[in-house]
Design a protein around this ligand. Structure first.
Ligand code: F6P
Length: 363
């Protein structure tokens, strides 16, 4: 008898935990007697020239501990649905038709898209055109609604925390201000969690526009109290009151999703000028996305992968697996993408930071 066949792809920026999700999909699908086709480089693998790899359990042994994705991915290319500062594009009809043809041609009955905000927006549009698709949330940014966490986030936070530990000793030795720029696009999850764990004195996030003078005041006060080094964590999307996001110049005018970056260096100059303190900026960049997943992200990836196979078994297309209050569940994909999940200013992490005297550059 012919076996039911599913496809799986990883799309958007890579992150630790993707391989754990892939392995879980393959293992749980095989237990149901299904076949798994892994499409290469995200949605791009579904269109000409079609590229895929048939995945068996033995192909995925040992990959849970590996960062990145064995299937490859892209966060640019023809399936881009987010451009500039978050505008949404519709996928062209010919691409949707091609995806359907590929799935029909290969007799694939359902597709799993492991992706973030942009990729799940593409998945939702495909679902609206009757492609049987389910979603798995991944992103280090943790900005998808309807799930408390996406895998990749805690691995990035762990890296930021360790980097802070290293940077503090050099900052203290030289009595410097250290500005650590971290990723996160429009949200400050990585900066908040990584900064708090890493002992930041100032945390700057997009959700709380800052004032230069307030940061300078905090640094001067610390010096007056005898602390000559200050650790500042700044989210790449953080910006001063009444000023725009910092976007990398070479990308600013291109019709692609905007690339954040530059706020760290900018702050380095301003702080040095305002306080007279030697200041150094460090951009952690893609180090936050690479490397092995934490145990939490491995487990979350595997739980999500297995749950996505379950969604297909139940024919609940257009749904995404989610993690809420410690439990795996599911939500319609559109619930996850309709609004970005920003840091709640009343959350325990913000309250704790304030209770510890950490500045958000506004008080
Ligand atoms: O969305 C994940 C993310 O790592 C963001 O935090 C960051 O702004 C962006 O991707 C970087 O993308 P790229 O890999 O294209 O430089």
């Amino acid at each position: 008898m012919k076996r039911f066949r599913i496809g799986v792809l990883t799309s958007g920026g890579d992150c630790p935990g993707l391989n754990a999700a892939i392995r879980a999909v393959v293992c749980s699908a095989e237990l149901l007697g299904w076949e798994v086709y892994g499409f290469i480089d995200g949605f791009e693998g579904l269109i000409s020239p079609v590229r895929y790899q048939i995945l068996h359990e033995e192909d995925t042994q040992g990959i849970v501990a590996l960062g990145g994705t064995i299937l490859g991915t892209t966060n640019r290319g023809r399936f881009t649905t987010k451009t500039g500062i978050g505008e949404v594009l519709r996928l062209p009809k010919h691409l949707i038709d091609e995806v359907k043809e590929t799935l029909e041609g290969l007799e694939i009955g359902a597709l799993i898209c492991v992706g973030g905000d942009g990729s799940l927006t593409a998945a939702q549009q495909l679902y609206e055109e009757r492609v049987p698709i389910v979603g798995v949330p991944k992103t280090i940014d943790n900005d998808l609604s309807a799930t408390d966490y996406s895998f990749g986030f805690y691995s990035a936070v762990e890296f930021v925390c360790r980097a802070m530990d290293r940077l503090r000793t050099t900052a203290a030795s030289h009595r410097r201000v250290m500005v650590v720029e971290v990723m996160g696009r429009y949200t400050g999850w990585i900066a908040l969690y990584g900064g708090l764990a890493g002992g930041a004195n100032v945390i700057l996030i997009p959700e709380i526009p800052f004032e230069y003078e307030k940061i300078a005041y905090h640094i001067r006060r610390r010096i007056a109290e005898g602390s000559h080094q200050t650790m500042i964590v700044v989210a790449e999307g953080a910006h001063p009151k009444d000023e725009q996001y910092y976007i990398l110049e070479e990308e600013a005018n291109i019709k692609k999703e905007a690339r954040f970056g530059g706020i760290g260096r900018h702050l380095e100059k301003v702080i040095m000028k305002m306080t007279g303190q030697e200041t150094r900026a460090v951009v952690l960049g893609h180090l936050q996305r690479g490397g092995e997943p934490t145990a939490f992200d491995r487990n979350l990836g595997m739980m999500f992968g297995a749950a996505a196979v379950d969604l297909i078994r139940e024919k609940r297309f257009g749904y995404m697996v989610s993690y809420r209050h410690g439990k795996i569940g599911s939500v319609p994909i559109y619930e996850a993408i309709k609004v970005l999940k920003k840091v709640d200013l009343n959350c325990s992490e913000i309250k704790t930071a304030r209770a510890l005297g950490i500045s958000f550059g506004c008080e």
